[in-house]
Design a protein around this ligand. Structure first.
Ligand code: LLP
Length: 400
């Protein structure tokens, strides 16, 4: 049990709290599911990029899936070995490509023919052979929120199968490209196995047809997307996930890479905020807290559900909106949620906030971003200080 009250007293609110032992358990569960196959769990750094979080996963053996050179630098800084780092993303700048090649990471994941030409030219200039994979868009509906669905042709991600084949043939004939992998990622917060399996089948068939023309890949990257429980979803068990993927790979000698973000850290994190006031407008009840959409954007952006608990209180529940101080009607954590009566300084715990929480925070309304605290073996350590007003204006100049 995490003592949120003591943490709020020590570190103040709003606050992010992460349970590192839970993260360890998640990592080990997934790694075990792939036992018997060569596998690499490349943690999707975007989900929670705190150096201690990435470093903790690195110490367990995880690699890193990065979508900017900043994330690559973070992964290296946090101690992820370069040969376990992947650099993905639809729009890489030349300087990012160059730095990634100089850093000698495992591979660059390409998402267009245009990008392949840039990588080839830059690799040639540097006199290196770039290890690459290609992100294939298998045109599968992952049955998740449209904003986090990525595997349909209408999405901007990856290339279609025919384009991928052309790209592999080009790369295989190039002195400066080494096609070593294939990649797909159909969406996030997936709770159904079938679309993943279907996508894996399509992509495994492509691997086989490449083999027929003597293009031998080493890595089969199935992306991320494993869902977690926010409300009462039924999620995919890691063992079933691994079996579904492995069942599509018979006869192929490939290292499986997966890139989970949310699964690793999502339900190992909480957002802790404090009640300021309660009020009622024409019968609608509002619980006003000191955290806001700038700290945790998911409810405002995706209408995402997060379980909300008033610490130590129960009974006499009536529907309430839990809202923050930001000057937007979209600033809420929960709507019409049955909650007990609250008082000034009661703690409100927002659950499953470890993924896409702090990383999507902003300074809107000149609000400093929250502190982050890690719990491991019962000990709490601050892994990011609360920002100060001075931090917020540090890069600004008063020019009159
Ligand atoms: N690999 C690729 C290529 C991705 O685009 C993503 C997530 C992942 C892996 C990790 O997916 P995960 O295992 O975390 O589902 N901000 C949204 C989620 C955006 C996900 C973007 N890509 C949210 O708060 O739900």
């Amino acid at each position: 049990m995490i003592d949120f009250k003591a943490l709020a007293q020590t570190f103040d609110t709003p606050l992010y709290v992460y349970d590192f032992d839970r993260i360890t358990a998640r990592y080990e569960e997934l790694k075990k599911a792939f036992a018997g196959r060569k596998s690499l769990i490349a943690y999707a750094v975007k989900a929670n990029s705190n150096l201690s979080v990435v470093g903790h996963l690195a110490s367990l053996g995880a690699g890193a899936d990065c979508v900017s050179i900043g994330e690559v630098r973070r992964a290296l800084t946090a101690g992820v070995p370069k040969y376990k780092i992947i650099f993905s993303g639809v729009g890489k700048r030349d300087d990012e490509i160059e730095e990634a090649l100089r850093s000698d990471i495992l591979l660059l994941n390409l998402e267009s023919e245009g990008e392949m030409k840039r990588v080839e030219a830059i690799a040639e200039r540097l006199g290196v052979k770039a290890r690459i994979s290609i992100r294939v868009n298998p045109n599968i509906d992952p049955k998740t929120h449209p904003y986090i669905s990525t595997g349909l042709h209408e999405n901007k991600f990856g290339v279609d199968i025919e384009t991928a084949k052309r790209m592999y043939i080009h790369a295989n004939n190039s002195d400066h490209l080494d096609p070593v992998g294939i990649h797909f990622h159909i969406g996030s917060q997936l709770t159904e196995l079938e679309p993943i399996k279907e996508a894996a089948m399509i992509v495994a068939d492509l691997v086989r047809s490449l083999l027929a023309v003597k293009i031998e890949l080493k890595f089969f990257d199935v992306g991320g997307g494993l869902g977690i429980v926010y409300d009462n979803e039924t999620t995919i068990a890691p063992y079933d996930y691994a079996q579904a993927i492995l069942s599509t790979l018979h006869g192929l000698d490939l290292t499986v890479i997966c890139e989970p973000g949310r699964f690793m850290v999502g339900d190992a994190g909480w957002f802790v905020t404090r009640v300021l006031y309660e009020k009622e407008n024409e019968g609608r009840r509002f619980v006003i807290v000191d955290g806001a959409m700038n700290d945790l954007l998911r409810p405002s952006l995706y209408n995402a559900y997060h379980k909300v608990e008033v610490l130590g209180k129960s009974g006499n529940e009536t529907p309430a909106d839990v809202v923050g101080p930001v000057c937007e009607s979209g600033d809420f954590f929960a709507k019409k949620r049955p909650l007990p009566p609250t008082e000034h300084n009661d703690l409100v715990i927002v659950h499953s906030a470890g993924a896409y929480g702090f990383v999507m925070a902003s300074n809107y309304n000149t609000r400093p971003r929250p502190a982050e605290v890690a719990i491991s073996g019962g000990k709490a350590r601050c892994i990011r200080q609360r920002e100060s007003f001075e931090d917020l204006i540090r890069l600004e100049k008063m020019c009159l």
